[in-house]
Design a protein around this ligand. Structure first.
Ligand SMILES: Nc1nc2c(ncn2[C@@H]2O[C@H](COP(=O)(O)OP(=O)(O)OP(=O)(O)O)[C@@H](O)[C@H]2O)c(=O)[nH]1
Ligand SMILES: [Mg+2]
Ligand SMILES: [Zn+2]
Length: 294
């Protein structure tokens, strides 16, 4: 027997592989992988027999935090309130996701908790992002946005990202009550600290898969140079061919199309401030931590 499937779980060296008919198999990889220094990971498409993974398909992408391959998109969960919404946090997440070649879907959750006029004001600003990314408003209480989330995750390998307490696990539980994933309050009650998920696992969610791991949880830019960030701000990148200088950093250069657009109110103020913040944060990183100082 030789079949094809996808790795959905890895615990203690044992892989769970699921085939097209949703049958699950617990397997070990052939020794050859270790010799070649290749480690199969969650998300990998594999060829397997009764007891072993025998071949790996080429990966379309490969994440380290979380350890998942072949991710189609990241659901970036931000609470409208509690914890407070932060554009800097949103933009840091987007930057790191885009830098990994993955598309973010922006989800604003806990909309039931925010007073109506404040929510409208927030939506007016977030509207800026809708030109570039899909934005979904959600509440685990009222289930507003549920169908949109089911639609967008269909037939995809999804990873959740967002700060602790944003409502990632609650979102999954609310949409699929069979999941019964631990949420923040419960994990605190057990005295386990912040993140309860210890292993990476893709769970069947609607008609797709999703990993409830705190993806991109380390919002650090140690592997990046300041002048790289402009490529990951898709909106800036699109405009940058109108900057006077080819290598324009959009920070201080004359004839910068981004600074002009910002001054004319065409770029959201918070968005440009995030860019400067991230740029300066990288500039201030100790060179010793950076691979290639510039
Ligand atoms: N009112 C309301 N509360 C919510 C909503 N979503 C989440 N919460 C609450 O917010 C808290 C944190 O939610 P979690 O789902 O545990 O957050 P998380 O993003 O999974 O957090 P980590 O697992 O620590 O990364 C819980 O107390 C939830 O009940 C929502 O849409 N509305
Ligand atoms: Mg959680
Ligand atoms: Zn510029």
């Amino acid at each position: 027997m030789e079949k094809e499937g996808r790795i959905i779980k890895l615990i203690g060296g044992l892989y769970t592989v699921i085939d097209e008919e949703k049958n699950k198999y617990i397997l070990k990889p052939l020794g050859i992988f270790r010799h070649k220094n290749i480690q199969p990971k969650v998300g990998d498409l594999v060829v397997f027999n009764q007891d072993s993974i025998i071949d790996l398909k080429e990966r379309k992408n490969d994440l380290y935090r979380p350890m998942i391959a072949n991710v189609d998109q990241v659901l970036l969960v931000n609470s409208a309130i509690s914890p407070d919404f932060s554009f800097l946090l949103l933009d840091k997440f987007i930057t790191l996701i885009v830098a990994n070649g993955i598309k973010p879907i922006i989800i604003i959750t806990k909309v039931d908790l925010l007073e109506k006029s404040l929510l409208e004001a927030l939506k007016a600003k977030i509207n800026y992002y809708e030109k570039f990314y899909k934005v979904i408003y959600f509440s685990a209480k009222t289930l507003e946005g549920k169908e949109e989330i089911l639609n967008v995750t269909r037939n995809k390998v999804n990873v959740l990202a967002g700060q602790t307490g944003a409502g990632k696990s609650s979102l999954l539980n609310a949409i699929d009550s069979k999941l019964n994933i631990q949420t923040n309050e419960i994990s605190k009650a057990l005295g386990r600290g912040k993140h309860t998920t210890r292993h990476v696992e893709l769970i069947a969610f609607g008609e797709g898969y999703i990993a409830d791991t705190p993806g991109f949880s380390k919002l650090e830019f140690l592997d990046y140079q300041a002048n790289q960030i402009r490529f990951y701000f898709s909106d800036f990148f699109e405009l940058s061919n109108q900057c006077k200088f080819y290598e324009c950093t959009h920070i201080h250069e004359p004839g910068c199309a981004i600074i002009t657009a910002y001054q004319e109110g065409k770029i959201l103020k918070e968005r440009y401030e995030s860019y400067k913040n991230i740029y300066n944060e990288i500039k201030l990183q100790k060179p010793i931590y950076r691979r290639d100082d510039k």
